[in-house]
Ligand binder design. Structure first.
Ligand code: HXC
Length: 510
């Protein structure tokens, strides 16, 4: 063969690899409203930055006459590229090849990328669209998953790991995402279940659609498995780019700073009247967050799950921060099991990647009741304080209104290791609200006397001064100064160094 013939053969080989499962399967994929694996990668990455590795891998399976059906690339498209100029690793399951199922050979491709991402300190993104373990391969496919999960766990806390669910994902195709930091789903075209509707029907006689069992609404609002939902694939992939803009590439790097056009001294007049005079009336904490952060831009995480607590990323004077905030507009901002899990996991993520945490507190306490107690509010609620105390990043807390009981303690109080604790003049810091306290302390009093006892209690505790007298609150601030004061606190704690005692790892109450 001449050199030219060799080059032509190579190009033909490339074209075959890029066809995946072939034209018919690609048409089926497109007809169902989904993009191909390569289209997805190109949409996600900076233009022409994708470098594909292991394009010519073939599977080794001989069961079911599979040796006759080897598809070049074996259903994974993977490699590296750039997002906003920064290195990332990426792989996409190709549903046109055996339903994107995992074989021993394509698992090797994924593991190679996971190891490269870890060694080179860059995020790894998985675009999932897969029927799980390739049934024809038996234990070989399971072994592939074991290796992937192993790498997911070893890389946890070292590099950001992000998963997008872009089609039906079953079995192992859900568990690798579950081990990563963030899961993105697409409205009405992505599903996650350990066992699909057919198996559920066979085992429990329950008839459920894919959407009901594991669609984006289920996972974003009920199970808490998904962190973000896009309206379509493109929006979902753009949201991944957005998320990465807040994150460092690895745990040894600082989060990326940007130049902010928003003055650090901007006053927030709107906040002077945000909190109602009546302490029992709600207000939307997201209005406060958006008023305070750079360019009013808040990138919320888990928007639909446990809405009584709000978590997400923003920038303050160009510096990424994580925000954890009670939401008085939903269940009065009470802490329950789901809110505790949501907050604790987010706090731990921020701590892994050196992102300072701002806590906005307005919480009447933990949610009482049989349901919560029986499902373990004690165990779950304990996760929040565990996560806060364990976190060594700068921690800044602002009490906007209520800080009652155990909820005062766990929401990053001074005594549980917060660096700067601020409060508005209307903050109420006490073991409980006035009505509850008077009913316990003065049960036998008449109505008139109870009213007086309530007024006395309010005078004593419905303010931040008792806490400030003891140094539990460092500074009482006016709402309009919130942005300036939070930025001052962030700058003051910028070079914070704190380490936990040497240990293998703590034992968070899971
Ligand atoms: C081999 C598979 C496959 C699999 C799908 N295909 N899943 N091939 N192994 N796991 C093939 C189909 O045979 C079909 O091939 C093509 O992919 C497209 O699949 P369809 O069923 O036509 O697509 P759709 O109707 O969209 O349904 C998608 C699906 C369904 C919901 C994912 O295919 C399905 O339920 N698959 C099995 C899911 C599963 O139980 N996986 C094993 C999980 S156990 P043709 O040739 O017809 O186009 C597991 C172990 C690890 O993963 C567990 C770790 C915790």
């Amino acid at each position: 063969m001449t050199q030219e013939e060799i080059y032509l053969a190579f190009e033909a080989h490339n074209r075959v690899a890029e066809q995946g499962g072939g034209e018919k399967a690609i048409n089926k994929q497109k007809k169902s409203g989904k993009n191909t694996a390569r289209e997805r990668i190109n949409m996600l990455l900076d233009e022409e930055s994708f470098v594909e590795l292991d394009k010519f891998v073939l599977h080794d399976c001989n069961n079911y006459n599979m040796q006759e059906k080897r598809i070049t690339g074996d259903g994974i498209v993977g490699g590296y590229g750039r997002i906003d100029g920064r290195l990332v690793y990426v792989y996409a399951y190709d549903f046109t090849v055996y339903g994107g199922s995992l074989s021993r050979s394509n698992a090797n491709k994924i593991v190679k990328l996971q190891k490269l991402a870890l060694k080179n300190g860059a995020p790894i993104i998985a675009l999932n669209d897969s029927g799980g373990a390739r049934i024809q391969e038996g234990v070989m496919a399971l072994s592939g998953y074991s290796d992937i999960f192993y790498q997911n766990i070893k890389a946890s806390g070292v590099i950001p790991q992000i998963s997008a669910i872009l089609g039906p994902c079953a079995g192992g195709a859900c568990y690798s995402p579950a081990l990563t930091d963030f899961i993105f789903m697409v409205k009405e075209s992505s599903y996650m279940f350990v066992t699909g509707p057919d198996v559920v029907k066979a085992v429990t006689q329950e008839e459920l659609t894919q959407e009901e069992l594991g669609g984006s609404t289920t996972h974003a609002s009920k199970s808490g498995v998904a962190h973000f939902v896009g309206r379509n694939e493109e929006e979902t992939l753009m949201m991944i780019r957005e998320l990465l803009s807040f994150l460092p590439s690895n745990n040894m790097e600082d989060p990326p700073r940007t130049a902010s056009g928003d003055s650090p001294n901007r006053t927030c007049e709107k906040l002077q009247t945000l909190i109602p005079d009546d302490p029992n009336l709600p207000y939307d904490i997201k209005e406060l967050i958006e008023e305070v952060v750079d360019e009013h831009y808040f990138f919320e995480v888990m928007q639909q799950f446990a809405q009584n607590i709000v978590v997400g990323f923003a920038r303050m004077n160009g510096r990424p921060v994580g925000i954890v905030a009670n939401q008085p507009a939903y269940l009065a901002g009470v802490l329950d099991i789901d809110a505790s899990d949501k907050a604790a996991r987010f706090i731990r993520f921020c701590d892994c990647f050196d992102i300072p945490i701002i806590t906005l507190e307005d919480v009447p306490g933990f949610l009482p009741g049989r349901d919560q107690e029986h499902n373990g509010i004690i165990r779950h609620g304990a996760k929040i304080i565990f996560a806060y105390v364990e976190a060594t990043v700068p921690k800044i807390t602002l009490i906007t209104r209520k800080a009652y009981g155990g909820a005062y303690i766990v929401m990053s109080s001074k005594e549980s290791g917060s660096d700067v604790n601020l409060a508005y003049p209307g903050a109420e810091i006490a073991v409980m609200g006035a009505a509850g306290a008077v009913n316990i302390l003065h049960r036998s009093l008449g109505e008139e006397e109870k009213k007086k006892a309530t007024d006395d209690y309010i005078k004593l505790f419905s303010n931040p001064y008792r806490a400030a007298e003891k140094g539990y609150i460092d500074e009482i601030i006016l709402p309009k100064d919130t942005r300036r004061k939070l930025i001052q606190a962030l700058e003051m704690t910028e070079n914070k160094t704190e380490t936990n005692p040497p240990k293998k790892h703590g034992n968070i109450p899971l």
